[in-house]
Design a binder for this molecule. Structure first.
Ligand SMILES: Cc1cc2nc3c(=O)[nH]c(=O)nc-3n(C[C@H](O)[C@H](O)[C@H](O)COP(=O)(O)O)c2cc1C
Length: 370
């Protein structure tokens, strides 16, 4: 095998989060798999006898503009409508919320803490960590290739870990289009908490990578999501994804819950196109994450978040970012085209691993087309 393939941007190496830790095995880690009947969650954390048979579902999420919240509501609606299922929502609220729309400086200033997953203080959770849930739906967005900070704070907190322990989890990501590193980080936290990943569902912004490169930042910096200049689509996840695809996946989840099949031992949303990994973004995420780590370290050394001392470093970083996008991105695109025949089998394998556990296959779609 050519050295470029063994040691280059696509080769696993120790310490690389989303290749070695998550991609090493299809489906990532799978801790002890204990099948639990519906209602077992309520009993598992409480002292004394507990006879309830309701299936308890907790939906944990952080959504700044409300987009992810809408997606989760659409996905969870069939569960809420089902008999014997009780759904609680746990929005995560940072004690010091970020502004929306963002200013460029605030946006850049937040990146080192995102990449190094510094947990911001959260407002107290309303969910009772000792209540016990049979299923957790964990919704997150991606900030600088990492789970949004309130979600990393939840995943690292003692209360969050108690809620997740021994519990099947369905992760739902909604972002521009780059969620691979973030999902690897989420999976690591879930493993540390002793949770079991049942399924993963992805929603990405509509339009090509090139289009969202403009539409997503425009939305973040101006708050505007409308069609733009007659060529760019609306920003964010397409309406049909929210009003059709999310409920379809939700119906399948509700059926699996009713059948007592959601145990974190095997996916229940397979064959439904729950995720899609764009092979073209695998290398870009790795390059981006490496540069974020290096620059994040430099910015953190310059001063704490919001400090004046950070500003010059952030200004240099911005210039670097623009130059990198103008040079490295086109070069990578050309290289990818040239190396396509050599890379294709490896990329296909990586894609299948990254799409686990639910996968991108769509052979069960007809079942849920109602
Ligand atoms: C600070 C910041 C950084 C972001 N970084 C990424 C990113 O690295 N990859 C990505 O696909 N989306 C990124 N996004 C887009 C978000 O994942 C998400 O789509 C958007 O914030 C809307 O989500 P919400 O309003 O439901 O919270 C970023 C958004 C923000 C605010």
């Amino acid at each position: 095998m050519p050295r470029a393939l063994r040691c280059g941007i696509l080769a696993p190496f120790p310490g690389d989060s989303f290749v070695t830790r998550s991609m090493g095995r299809p489906g990532g880690w799978r801790p002890r798999c204990v099948r639990m009947p519906p209602g077992a969650g309520a009993a598992k954390n409480q002292q004394g006898a507990q006879t309830e048979t309701m299936t308890r579902v907790l939906v944990v999420y952080y959504s700044q503009t409300g987009q992810l919240h809408r997606i989760l509501q659409a996905l969870v609606a069939p569960l809420e409508a089902a008999d014997g299922v009780e759904v609680d929502y746990q929005p995560l609220a940072p004690q010091r919320p970020w502004p929306f729309p963002w200013t460029l400086l605030r946006f850049l200033d937040v990146f080192p803490e995102c990449v190094y997953q510094d947990p911001p203080p959260l407002q107290p959770l309303s969910a009772d960590a000792d209540r016990g849930y049979d299923l957790v739906v964990l919704g997150y967005t991606v900030w600088f290739l990492s789970p949004a900070p309130p979600v990393t704070a939840f995943l690292q907190s003692a209360e969050g870990r108690r809620l997740l322990r021994d519990t099947p989890v369905v992760t739902v990501v909604a972002c521009r289009n780059m969620w691979l590193s973030a999902q690897a980080a989420v999976q690591e936290h879930l493993a540390a908490a002793g949770a079991r990943l049942s399924d993963h569902v992805s929603f990405v912004d509509q339009g090509s990578s090139l289009a969202t490169f403009f539409t997503t930042p425009r939305w973040m910096f101006t708050g505007r999501k409308d069609r733009w200049l007659g060529v760019f689509p609306r920003a964010g996840v397409a309406e049909s994804e929210i009003t059709e695809r999310a409920p379809r996946l939700g119906r399948a989840l509700a059926e699996a819950v009713a059948a007592g099949r959601v145990d974190g031992c095997a996916p229940v949303l397979d064959g439904l196109g729950a995720v899609h990994v764009d092979e073209g973004l695998i290398a870009s995420e790795r390059i981006g994450m490496r540069s974020f780590r290096i620059w994040g370290r430099l910015v953190r050394r310059a001063g704490p978040p919001g400090s004046a001392a950070r500003k010059p470093v952030l200004a240099v970083y911005l210039v670097f970012l623009v130059l990198m996008i103008a040079t490295v991105v086109p070069v990578t695109l050309v290289l990818r085209r040239l190396l396509q025949p050599l890379l294709a089998p490896r990329l296909r394998r990586m894609r299948a691993e990254l799409e686990a556990p639910s996968g991108s296959a769509r052979h069960r779609l007809e079942e849920t087309q109602r």
